[in-house]
Ligand binder design. Structure first.
Ligand code: PMP
Ligand code: GLN
Length: 384
């Protein structure tokens, strides 16, 4: 047994590889098939030409840290010192990893909601922490996934060091409400627990539902590390520019770890992202509205193909129930789907600690061009 026993190739890499091999439409791994705003792309090229090619400072370019702090203050009223409370990482992934490695000691418990993004379990295992999953289930009206407050309270013990909160949530598309966040905040305060929030889809919420950062709740700014990144906001997932925000002692702990993981992140792209955070939020709003229409387009296509489709409030993803099609094993289902229908998806099982949960659910990404979504829907209808 090693700390990484049981962790093989990530499901996202596997599905993209299978999709490429089979020539399938890839609605598995969540990345858009059109790039972000022109000014951002050209800005990065310009900064490269102008010589932004050597190591940036370890904590990230001052321009980006200032832009992140200003954006966070303007949109959520959260005040961060850009010099000591904002730290740039290689995507949200590195920010999450460094946060967990910095703060979770062997045997510490980490509460998190499942289905959960795959990197959380892996970095908790690297830190030799113990996962305490709380399962999100469809609400009474079936409109969204939520948690049982008693189950959450029961998961918090004297050994709990951290709670990880991902909102908007991958893969269910739930955006946590103020009431849900208030319950989490109360448990954090009462039990002296650190919150780590993954807000990479913070801009991508639909139907007027607003994202609320946990750090904005009373008593939470001083105990929350908030993580976000440029990948989803500006449709540049391959750039891997992310940031961690929080109180100075926690950010210092993250920095101590990360200086030995990656030391710093791509320099020229940081400058371009700083400009985009200041100048391209209209583009982001238009992108969000376009994504909402894509959500509806893919949901309609999946429904026409016979799936029971969940309702997504934010993120890139819809969850679809395969039982109406006569299937109940998502892993087997997506393996045949990629070859037989030519469409790749991700089985929800991989997001659960107990792989019997979510067996009947499959995640599809809708962050694709309309003609790609239409072709996928047509293939699924023809196959189903
Ligand atoms: N968290 C969640 C919930 C994600 O879906 C993803 C993948 N896009 C990440 C983190 C990783 O973000 P990044 O590419 O910035 O590392
Ligand atoms: N976040 C993306 C998803 O959920 C994948 C990123 C990755 O491949 N690690 O599909």
């Amino acid at each position: 047994m090693t700390r990484m026993s049981g962790f093989g190739e990530t499901i996202f890499a596997e599905m993209t590889r299978l999709a490429d091999q089979a020539g399938a439409i890839n609605l598995g791994q969540g990345f858009p098939d059109t790039d972000g705003p022109r000014s951002l792309l050209e800005g990065a090229a310009r900064y490269v030409r102008e010589g932004g090619n050597q190591y940036p400072p370890g904590q990230g370019r001052a321009e980006l840290r200032a832009a992140v702090a200003a954006d966070r203050a303007q949109r959520y009223g959260l005040a961060y010192d850009p010099d000591t409370e904002v730290y740039v990482t290689v995507g949200a992934t590195a920010g999450i990893a460094a946060s967990v490695l910095a703060l979770v000691e062997p045997g510490d418990e980490v509460v998190l909601f499942e289905p959960m993004y795959d990197s959380y379990s892996a970095v908790i295992a690297l830190a030799q922490g113990v996962r305490r999953p709380v399962t999100l289930r469809p609400s009474a009206d079936g409109a969204r996934y939520t948690f049982d407050p008693d189950e959450l309270a029961a998961a918090v013990t004297p050994r709990t060091r951290m709670i990880i909160v991902n909102t908007p949530h991958n893969p269910t598309g739930t955006v946590f409400t103020e009431e849900e966040l208030a319950l989490i905040a109360q448990l954090c305060r009462e039990n002296d627990v650190i919150a780590l929030t993954d807000e990479v889809y913070e801009h991508l919420t639909f139907d007027g539902v607003a994202h609320l950062p946990l750090a904005a709740l009373p008593g939470m700014a001083e105990r929350t590390l908030s993580v976000s990144s440029a990948g989803k906001t500006f449709s540049v997932t391959g750039w891997k520019i992310g940031w961690v925000m929080g109180p100075e002692p926690l950010v210092r702990a993250v920095r101590t770890v990360n200086q030995f993981l990656t030391y710093t992140a791509n320099g020229a792209q940081q400058l371009a992202v700083a400009d985009a955070l200041r100048g391209e939020l209209d583009w982001v709003r238009a992108h969000r509205d376009a994504l909402q229409a894509k959500r509806d387009r893919l949901a309609a296509g999946l429904a026409a193909a016979g799936f029971a489709v969940g309702r997504t409030q934010g993120s890139y993803f819809v969850m679809a129930d395969i039982r109406p099609l006569g299937h109940d094993d998502g892993v087997a289902f997506v393996r045949s789907l990629v070859h037989q229908a030519g469409v790749a998806a991700v089985p929800a099982q991989v997001f659960y600690a107990d792989q019997n949960e979510g067996r009947h659910l499959v995640r599809f990404a809708f962050c694709k061009r309309d003609e790609v979504l239409d072709e996928a829907a047509a293939r699924l209808r023809a196959w189903g």
